[in-house]
Design a protein around this ligand. Structure first.
Ligand SMILES: *Cc1c(COP(=O)(O)O)cnc(C)c1O
Length: 412
């Protein structure tokens, strides 16, 4: 089974887990800052903890935070749990990022920040966004923070400049499904020394040292996922996931989409063993992005385009954290490809303002594209380390799906 995603992990990560060097977290921050532009980086146990801490540290409370309707739900959770209010904006195709005309219309005197998400690795037009925010700041005489959500994109480039430094702060997620991983973990990055100091002071006063139980759990988790991504074992994992409630229950505990809540350890700092893994991963970053771009180009040339399928665009500066295709009958496609040994993802399968806890925040607005994407997207494997044989097999599987017809053909 070709997995839908696979972290690029080698023996070096395994060895790093047991290194026990003092100052690993600080070393990870320093290396991370150097890799993404030379500013300041601050580590957190999760990306969501980092975003929450940012709002708390700058004292933003009771403000509207403009953000995508179509993104990971933890962004909205961090907004609400920090005492702020999400203000959702629909996306624009083909790149899935927020419609900036709607961002302009959403900003009002109560807006405290805009979350500029580079979804699926597609860079948002950060120049235009800055202009919109600067104009609004002048009109409403208040500071409006720009947060670059780089959890998917990492250093995607808009007009050849990294999006990481285009706002006040950048947010990264480092869990096992991201471009690079520190097991779990999140990072804030800024080039502003005063802001970095404020964030660090708040963090050090608020976050506890990770307990030994947490450290052991992290090692255990990593040792469990490490072999799970081997191709042969993955067939079993896929079966457990699709045909039994077991894995869903495990992952749901971490990712409660139906409830505004954080994991119980969200204030326990990143573990040193996680930082050690992250340090090794940083050294692989450029190669990971290079391979993802290559896979996206390959798919763009070789994938058939069955009727009703919308392939993602090739886009200058994109890092392709996901290769997302919209299809008319998602479940049939996933089943058929599964039979050919290709696992597809369904990321992201909800529109945040359409989920139960956020319906009341939708405020009468509609998000038709977010809803449509939540129901029609599949993602193809695009991870670094995907072999050319596996890539070809994915294309062949889609070719035979297209040939056998079924939903696409029936629509014709
Ligand atoms: C993963 C992710 C985050 C951070 O998630 P955590 O799981 O809390 O680390 C933030 N924004 C987006 C868009 C993400 O995909």
């Amino acid at each position: 089974m070709i997995p839908r995603f696979k972290p690029r992990l080698g023996y070096r990560e395994l060895a790093a887990l047991f290194r026990f060097q003092p100052g690993a977290v600080a070393a990870f921050e320093t290396a991370f800052a150097r890799a993404f532009g030379g500013g300041y980086a601050l580590a957190f146990p999760y990306g969501r903890s980092a975003l929450w801490a940012f709002f708390k540290a700058i004292g933003l409370y009771g403000a509207e935070i403009v953000q995508p309707a179509y993104t990971c739900s933890v962004v909205a959770h961090a907004t609400v749990l920090s005492g702020n209010v999400p203000r959702f904006v629909d996306l624009r195709l083909p790149t899935y990022n927020m419609d900036l005309d709607q961002v302009r219309a959403a900003i009002n005197p109560n807006t405290g920040a805009v979350i500029s998400t580079h979804l699926f690795g597609y860079p948002l037009d950060v120049d235009n966004l800055s202009k919109i925010v600067r104009e609004a700041e002048a009109r409403f005489s208040r500071k409006i923070w720009i947060i670059q959500d780089c959890a998917h994109a990492f250093a995607a480039e808009w007009r050849e400049r990294s999006v990481v430094a285009a706002g006040d702060v950048a947010l990264f997620g480092l869990n096992i499904s991201k471009m690079i991983t520190s097991i779990f973990g999140g990072m804030l990055y800024t080039t502003d020394a005063d802001l970095a100091h404020r964030l660090r002071t708040f963090r050090d006063a608020t976050f506890k040292r990770p307990g030994y139980l947490k450290r052991m759990k992290r090692v255990g988790y990593f040792l469990a996922v490490y072999p799970a991504f081997a191709e042969r074992v993955h067939g079993l994992v896929h079966w457990l996931q699709e045909e039994t409630p077991l894995l869903n229950r495990l992952t749901k505990a971490y990712h409660l989409d139906e409830k505004i809540a954080f994991p119980p350890d969200y204030l326990e700092s990143l573990c040193p063993c996680e930082a050690e893994v992250g340090l090794v991963q940083l050294s692989r970053y450029s190669e990971i992005v290079r391979q993802r771009r290559q896979h996206a180009q390959y798919y763009d040339v070789h994938l058939p385009r069955p009727r009703g399928w919308e392939l993602p665009p090739l886009f200058e500066g994109a890092t392709y954290s996901h290769y997302v295709v919209r299809v008319p009958d998602r479940e049939a496609v996933i089943k058929a490809l599964g039979r050919h040994g290709v696992q597809l993802g369904r990321l992201i399968e909800y529109s945040v303002p359409h989920t139960a806890p956020y319906r009341s925040f939708a405020d009468g607005q509609r998000f038709p594209l977010a809803l449509k994407c939540s129901e029609t997207t599949i993602n193809l494997p695009v991870y670094a380390g995907l072999s050319s044989v596996a890539r070809e097999r994915a294309v062949k599987a889609i070719e035979s799906f297209a040939h056998d017809g079924l939903p696409g053909r029936a629509a014709a």
